[in-house]
Design a protein around this ligand. Structure first.
Ligand code: FBP
Length: 322
């Protein structure tokens, strides 16, 4: 089995970027260990604090954020950091080549029920035309990402990563603590009738989205043999789509705060969209390519529709050309 670093070297990845990925993965191994210890490590349950999203922070949200942030700030190649758990940009090294955005713990509602959770990260080139610690560092479209990945903490801990080339999957080998290549190229099948959406939000959706899912459930031939899967952790749902196809959707809805969607562009939608595209799938937001959206805010929310090209096109043509 091939190790991560020789694969990245063979992919021609810049040495500084390889070192930065190693820094993020060192934190992920510590998180993977704590997650596997669960209550024994005292990491279950909530704190009394709310984050910028208005969500009650879980102990593991705070721990994972602290671990990753501290390790990144020790890395001189990091100019600035953005995190789901940090209201503002965290300044790094003013001459650093990179900026990093991350969701330290995706799927927080799964923590206390031993469900799948993950860490999502993305690296961009630092901008020279704005202050090193300005939030404008992160006002870059997803197509500028140098690398994106997630670590899925599940029955096994998996790293899924693209450095601009194929989306590859690595498994954390607990015998020597390193990530080994277990899938050189992930491919999203063009078609599938498996879909992931929180159907309980139906009443809050636009009339045209409701009409689309009425079709899916009661009339559509494409979805005659469909099945629903909802993991409540985007990393878990997207990993299934990368592994066997399907479509993942989190549309905007009428609930307060969800008018432009629930999921965050910078550290959820963009990195996962890059992985999907590099695996031959499609990733859209309001019918447009997600990776071309110019971010306006660190914690900006967007609607997300991604996965197999067939069902993604089917949804977008039905909803956005209605
Ligand atoms: P966080 O856990 O990082 O806040 O992420 C949001 C998220 O948990 C996604 O991972 C998941 O797809 C979605 O929210 C689940 O939403 P809902 O609770 O509405 O089903």
């Amino acid at each position: 089995m091939r190790r991560l670093i020789p694969v990245l070297k063979q992919d021609g990845v810049d040495t500084d970027l390889i070192m930065l990925v190693r820094t993020i993965l060192a934190a992920s191994k510590e998180i993977a260990f704590r997650v596997s210890q669960g209550e024994l490590a005292g990491i279950l349950g909530s704190t009394l604090n709310e984050n910028i999203q208005g969500e009650v922070q879980k102990k593991l949200d705070v721990l994972a954020n602290q671990l990753i942030k501290e390790m990144l700030l020790d890395d001189e190649s990091v100019r600035a950091i953005a995190s789901e758990e940090e209201e503002h940009v965290v300044a790094g090294h003013s001459t650093g080549r990179y900026i990093v955005a991350f969701d330290p713990l995706d799927g927080s509602s799964n923590i206390d029920v031993n469900g799948q959770i993950g860490t999502i990260f993305t690296v961009y080139p630092a901008r020279e035309d704005v202050a090193y610690d300005s939030c404008q560092q992160f006002h870059q479209p997803g197509i500028n990402q140098l690398c994106a990945g997630y670590i899925l903490y599940g029955p096994s801990s998996l790293l899924v990563l693209s450095t601009g080339g194929p989306t590859r999957c690595y498994t954390l080998d607990l015998t020597h603590g390193g990530y080994l290549l277990t899938k050189a190229q992930m491919n999203v099948p063009r078609d599938s009738c498996e879909f992931a959406i929180n159907m309980a939000n139906y009443r809050h959706w636009s009339r045209v989205t409701q009409a689309y899912f009425d079709q899916v459930l009661y009339a559509s031939e494409r979805f005659r043999h469909s099945s629903v899967r909802w993991n409540a952790a985007m990393v878990g749902d997207v990993h299934r789509v990368l592994s066997r196809g399907g479509i993942f959707l989190y549309p905007e809805d009428a609930r307060l705060g969800n008018e432009t969607g629930k999921l965050r562009l910078l550290y959820e939608a963009n990195p996962l969209s890059l992985l999907i595209e590099k695996a031959g799938g499609k990733a859209t937001s309001s019918g447009r390519r997600t990776l071309e959206i110019m971010p306006k805010d660190l914690h900006q929310r967007v609607p997300v529709v991604l996965g197999s090209v067939g069902p993604v096109d089917d949804f977008n043509s039905a909803v956005f050309s209605a």
